[in-house]
Design a protein around this ligand. Structure first.
Ligand code: GGG
Length: 352
C-alpha cells in the first residue's frame, strides 16, 4: 500500500539509530538510500536522538526536538533499535513505543520472506505480519499493589473498535494486492472473549461493510495454534493481522524461518507518515564488533521507499539484497558467515 507520492524536490529522512547495533545498521541503510540516485528525490538526512543511552546521559529517552523534527521537517524516518531495561526505571519509558503513538503509526507491517533459489522464483516463505501498533498491553498501564496474599501486579489491555478496524483495513488492503488474497485474523477469543473478541469482530466486519474486500479469503486462528502451524507449515500463511503483543511475538518467531532476525524489516505506518525499522533489537552482545547484519535495516529503507511510492528504488534495494544473500559469499555471523557489517553493506550498495 503506497502513500500517495507527492512531487518532492527532496526527501527528508530522519535517522534515529537509538541504542546498540542500531548505531551500526542505520548508517548502512543510509548508504543504500544514497545509492539509488535519481530514483528518489535527492535525500537529506537529519540525525536524531532517542533511546536508553540518551536517557542515561540526559534524563530524556525521547527528546522533544526529535519529535518536532519528525513532525515538521521529515517526510519519513528510519529507527534502529532500543535497549529498554527489563526492570522499571523511574522516569524512563520506551521511546519506540512512544514514537509509534505520538506519530500515530498505527500499523507495524512486517514482511517475512525467504530468498528464492533463483531470481524470479516463488519464495518458499512469503508472509506479512500486520501488527496493531498503538494499544493492547503496550498502553503500559501497569500497577503493583500489596494484596491479601502479597504482591499483585495488573496491566490494562486496551482493544478498541477504531484501532482494530483501521489495522484490519490495512491488512485487507495488503491482502487484496497479493496473488493469494488470503488473510488470517490472529486472536485468543476463546479465553479473552471481550478484548480479543472485539478485535476479531471488528476485523471480520470490514468486508461486510465494504464490498471491495470481498475478494479476500478470510481465515482466523488462535494465536497459540498459529505459532504451531507457522513452524509446521508456514506456506499456509499470506497476510496475518494481530493485536500488538501477538504480532510482536509472531513476527520474531517467523524470522526464525527465514534465517535470522537480522534480515527481517518492518515499517511503522500511519496515514501521513512512515518509519522503517528493523525487527531486531539492539543486540548488546554483539554491539561494537562491526558484525551486525545490515540487511533488516537496508530492507526497511526499501520498504519505507516502497510505502512512499518509490517502487523502482525499492525494487533495486530488494534485488541487491536478495542477490548478496543468494550468492552466500558475504554473510554476517547470524547467517553462519564471518563477514562484517561494512562488507555486506558495500556488496549490497555495489549491486544497487
Ligand atoms: N527495532 C526493534 C527493537 O528495537 N526491538 C526491541 C524492542 O522492541 N524494544 C522495546 C523497547 O526496548 O522499548
Amino acid at each position: 500500500r503506497s502513500m500517495a507520492t507527492a512531487v518532492r524536490k527532496s526527501l527528508t529522512i530522519g535517522l534515529i539509530p537509538a541504542d546498540g547495533i542500531g548505531k551500526e545498521v542505520i548508517p548502512a541503510a543510509r548508504t543504500a538510500i544514497e545509492a539509488v540516485g535519481s530514483d528518489i528525490p535527492p535525500p537529506k538526512f537529519i540525525d536524531l536522538i532517542a533511546g536508553f543511552e540518551s536517557f542515561t546521559r540526559t534524563g530524556v529517552a525521547l527528546p522533544e526536538e526529535t519529535v518536532e523534527a519528525l513532525k515538521n521537517q521529515c517526510d519519513c524516518a528510519l529507527f534502529g533499535s532500543v535497549s529498554s531495561p527489563s526492570k522499571k526505571v523511574v522516569g524512563y519509558s520506551s521511546p519506540i513505543v512512544a514514537l509509534r503513538k505520538v506519530l500515530d503509526l498505527y500499523a507495524n507491517v512486517r514482511p517475512v520472506v525467504s530468498v528464492s533459489a533463483n531470481p524470479g522464483e516463488q519464495s518458499l516463505i512469503d508472509l506479512i505480519v500486520v501488527r496493531e501498533n498503538t494499544e493492547c498491553l503496550y498502553v503500559k498501564q501497569e500497577q503493583q499493589i500489596v494484596g491479601e496474599h502479597g504482591k499483585e501486579a495488573r496491566a490494562t489491555r486496551l482493544i478498541t473498535e477504531r484501532a482494530s478496524t483501521r489495522i484490519g483495513k490495512m491488512a485487507f488492503e495488503l491482502a487484496l494486492a497479493r496473488p493469494r488474497k488470503h488473510l488470517t485474523i490472529i486472536h485468543k477469543s476463546n479465553v479473552l472473549s471481550i478484548t480479543d473478541g472485539l478485535f476479531r469482530e471488528s476485523v471480520r466486519a470490514i468486508p461486510t461493510n465494504d464490498s471491495k474486500y470481498e475478494a479476500v479469503i478470510v481465515a482466523e486462528q488462535l494465536v497459540d495454534s498459529a505459532v504451531y502451524r507457522l513452524f509446521r507449515e508456514p506456506q499456509i500463511y499470506d497476510v496475518m493481522v494481530a493485536p500488538n503483543l501477538y504480532g510482536d511475538i509472531l513476527s520474531d518467531a517467523a524470522a526464525a524461518l527465514v534465517g535470522s532476525l537480522g534480515v527481517v524489516p518492518s515499517v511503522n505506518a500511519g496515514d501521513t507518515f512512515v518509519m522503517g525499522e528493523p525487527v531486531h533489537g539492539s543486540a548488546p552482545d554483539i554491539f561494537g564488533q562491526g558484525i551486525a547484519n545490515p540487511v533488516a535495516s537496508i530492507r526497511s529503507a526499501g520498504l519505507m521507499l516502497r510505502h512512499l511510492g518509490y517502487t523502482r528504488a525499492a525494487d533495486r534495494i530488494d534485488n541487491a539484497v536478495d542477490s548478496v544473500l543468494r550468492e552466500g559469499q558475504l554473510l554476517t555471523p547470524d547467517l553462519g558467515g564471518s563477514a562484517k557489517t561494512q562488507e555486506v553493506t558495500e556488496a549490497i550498495v555495489k549491486r544497487i
